[in-house]
Design a protein around this ligand. Sequence first.
Ligand SMILES: O=P(O)(O)OC[C@H]1O[C@H](OP(=O)(O)OP(=O)(O)O)[C@H](O)[C@@H]1O
Ligand SMILES: NC(=O)CC[C@H](N)C(=O)O
Ligand code: SF4
Ligand SMILES: [Mg+2]
Length: 506
Amino acid sequence: MGDQPSEVKCGEKTMETGLTHECGVFGAIGSESWPSNVDIAQIVLIGLEALQHRGQESAGMVTTNGSSFHIQKGMGLVRNIFNNENMQKLRGSMGIGHTRYSTSAASDQVNCQPFFVHSMHGSLAVAHNGELINKDGLRKAVLERGVGLSTHSDSELITQALCLNPPEGEINGPNWPGRIKHLMQLSPLSYSFVIMLKDRIYAVRDPYGNRPLCLGKILPVNEQGNAVNDNKAEGWAVSSESCAFLTHIRYVREVYPGEIIEMTRRGITTIDIVNRPEGRLPAFCIFEYVYFARPNSIFEGQEVYSVRAQCGRQLAIEYPVDADIVGSVPESGNAAAHGYAAQANIPFGELLTKNTYVGRSFIQPTNRLRQLNVALKFSPIGVNLAGKRVILIDDSIVRGNTIGPIIKLLRRAGATEVHIRVASPPLQYPCYMGINIPTKEELIANSLDSSDLASHVGADSLAYLSVDGLVKAVQNNIKAESRKIGHCTACLTGQYPGGIPDNMEW
Ligand SMILES: O=P(O)(O)OC[C@H]1O[C@H](OP(=O)(O)OP(=O)(O)O)[C@H](O)[C@@H]1O
Ligand SMILES: NC(=O)CC[C@H](N)C(=O)O
Ligand code: SF4
Ligand SMILES: [Mg+2]
């Protein structure tokens, strides 16, 4: 690349890299007598901090002590929204929270979650990760029932759809599980959400299991803050990822695809499991393994780190090359680089160190500024590069903004050859299930194949992991038990688990 404005297009305000994340949901409830011994608002706050990699635009929390509800929501990071004063008000025996990256409505105060409404049958709060693929149809159906919606958010739509009285009526007051089940049948993709009423939380995962959700047990702790009794539950928690269960919460299991779980002060119960249409497999988002999730989160019985390392091993089998050192683009490329190095029997070494204080970069009109920006974010480690033939692993290439400038940095620091290996296949299609994927034109794999991309970014060679290789790395160690296994690969293959939404253009 010269110093002319390059063909790589940039976002409106920032030079974006990678895929923008989704959302994180969290819920917690104290056991037995209320007010709970556990400060539930603090547990939710810690959960949201730990899930913040899933969305940094806004966050919020709703808590209750069983009668009144307290709400705090706002734009920005969790630490800027919650303070000692509002945390005092939020003290309660049960709560849900959300950290957002917008998909279906603007990144704006009105769309912050959880959504909270007063219904005929009491107050209701909802926090949602995902995107309804039939949101237009459902919106029309809800509006036709005479309900006014105040936003374009599909999460508000879920909230309002749950409040609708079923046309056939309900014999003994509101049948919340029945309402949830009805919504799931109307709209099978894509969501993991938590619903809080005055005395319980429902945790729900869509029938395809597209977005993650798991359960944890809040353990009693001693004066030093260490968990003391594994058998006793001081409460229960539900989270998008298990990385949010720190020392005080024991991971229990995933919420199964289609499962509706009721959490009360007496414990957790499966209320129902809603089936997928006949013959369809689950479709858990494969990019949770590749990039979104924290490496220590557990999905389908395996730690994300181990799957990423396996992707690296598979990549070394598919695309070996002679070299002196293997390293990664920190940080989501780290595990795959260790896997590649082990499989290829080439030493692993750190090639770049990442400046964690650099946020998103403003749009850069010239290649000089783009190069500077990447140089600000990543510094080469000369001792591992001088005179070396290097294999550099990244988890994904999206717009191709990052890799070219990094290759220049490596060469300037003395690398004699730079071979790029990407631990996921080329990204070519949009996601309609809660992830913002750039436009067709912005995705570099739609304009350049791997050898043209290698020349474009100045690499000696460049290769992507195959789709079969990725699926194998993900699925090989899953213990199926009696459950079916399946993953969404739509952004890589164009095969959508629930079909393409009506009138969708890309
Ligand atoms: O092709 P591009 O559009 O430039 O994007 C690809 C890069 O973006 C992501 O990293 P990011 O720095 O966002 O996050 P990370 O620290 O988790 O790797 C991803 O891991 C790639 O490194
Ligand atoms: N990324 C997400 O999961 C977003 C949830 C929801 N669709 C929203 O835009 O708020
Ligand atoms: S299309 Fe891609 S990002 Fe979206 S759910 Fe499927 S695998 Fe995940
Ligand atoms: Mg990266």
